[in-house]
Design a protein around this ligand. Structure first.
Ligand code: DAH
Length: 334
């Protein structure tokens, strides 16, 4: 009787299968799996070793053990294959998870700028005026006495010419105190009919406070044609102010400007208060004469308004200086 019995081999094969299945189940990656295949199913592996013992069996028992050995081999091979498949899939899964871009994640926001309230007020005003048929024109900020005063029917002894109000330059020129100077420059270069809007910076020797600045902005309006009347002026101003401020009540108050006759100031009512927003009037015949237009043929109207004042009324800004300090906490509100 040999020491190796059928039983022994059977139990060895069963043990081998169990061990192999356990080891395979516990392996965590493909690198751990390949040594197991060699260990159990390789040429010099454990299954081969067990089979080596078959020679000592009774020949009649061999088919039974052979069949069992084949079955064990199949089972182990299948376990290896399945585990390999599972590990490979898990590896791909892990890689995909690691490399995935989450397209639903919020992007990196770049800070985006926007127009300054003064710029947007100018842009809006010009948009409306261009819609009414006006052309945009500009003139120099350094002016001569002639364009700023004389041609605008402002006599030499007029208080507006005072050193107190105007910045005079050493060469006798000045910094324009209003955009009305562009009226003269434009009329000199063009024949009627005229519809022109002139935005720009103006300068005054004012003490800076909540409602005054030494440098501010105006937009000038000028219309010259045959047969223009105060009704045209009123209609234009009404339409313009409605486009800017909405349906607020407005009123025309008699006033005086050297370059218009008659003249008016226009107020907008907001929260029970009348706020002055604009000066206007019919162009004085002397102004028309100064540019060579015949006042018997042509009439016209003009208007001028402060952009800062508009922006302040529109956005309820309490201090003009806020418009110049570049404080982002303030500017981000617009
Ligand atoms: N130039 C005037 C100012 O600065 C505003 C003004 C009033 C302009 C009446 C005009 C006008 O064109 O007709 O106060």
């Amino acid at each position: 009787m040999t020491s190796t019995t059928t039983r022994d081999l059977e139990s060895q094969l069963n043990t081998l299968q169990q061990e192999a299945q356990q080891a395979i189940a516990q392996s965590e990656n493909l690198e751990q799996l390949e040594p197991l295949r060699i260990q159990y199913l390789g040429k010099k592996g454990q299954l081969s070793k067990v089979l080596g013992g078959m020679g000592k069996l009774d020949p009649s028992d061999r088919p039974q053990i052979g069949a069992l050995a084949n079955e064990v081999k199949q089972v182990v091979q299948t376990a290896l294959d399945e585990k390999r498949g599972a590990l490979a899939a898990a590896a791909i899964e892990a890689r995909l998870a690691a490399e995935t871009l989450d397209v639903t994640m919020p992007g990196v926001y770049r800070p985006q700028g926007h127009s300054h309230p003064l710029s947007s007020t100018i842009e809006r005003s010009l948009d409306v005026l261009v819609g009414l048929g006006y052309t945009v024109a500009q003139g120099p900020e350094m002016e001569t006495d002639y364009y700023n005063f004389e041609a605008l029917n402002t006599p030499a002894d007029h208080p507006a010419r005072d050193m107190q109000d105007t910045f005079y330059l050493p060469d006798g020129n000045l910094l324009r105190t209003h955009t009305s100077s562009v009226q003269i420059r434009y009329m000199e270069e063009h024949d009627p009919p005229i519809r022109v809007a002139a935005p720009g910076r103006v300068y005054r020797r004012d003490t800076v406070d909540a409602t005054h600045a030494a440098v501010f902005h105006q937009i000038e309006l000028l219309a010259i044609d045959e047969g223009l009347t105060f009704t045209d002026l009123k209609g234009t101003i009404k339409v313009f102010l409605e486009a800017m401020f909405g349906d607020l009540p407005i009123r025309f108050r008699p006033s005086f400007f050297p370059f218009t006759e008659p003249s008016a100031e226009v107020d907008v009512q907001w929260k029970g208060q009348w706020l002055e927003v604009l000066g206007c009037g019919m162009v004085d015949p002397n102004v028309l004469k100064s540019v060579g237009y015949d006042p018997e043929v042509y009439t016209g109207f003009a208007a001028g308004f402060g952009v800062e004042r508009f922006a302040m009324v529109q956005h309820r800004i309490d201090d003009i200086r806020r418009l110049y300090t570049s404080d982002l906490r303030f500017l981000r509100q617009f």
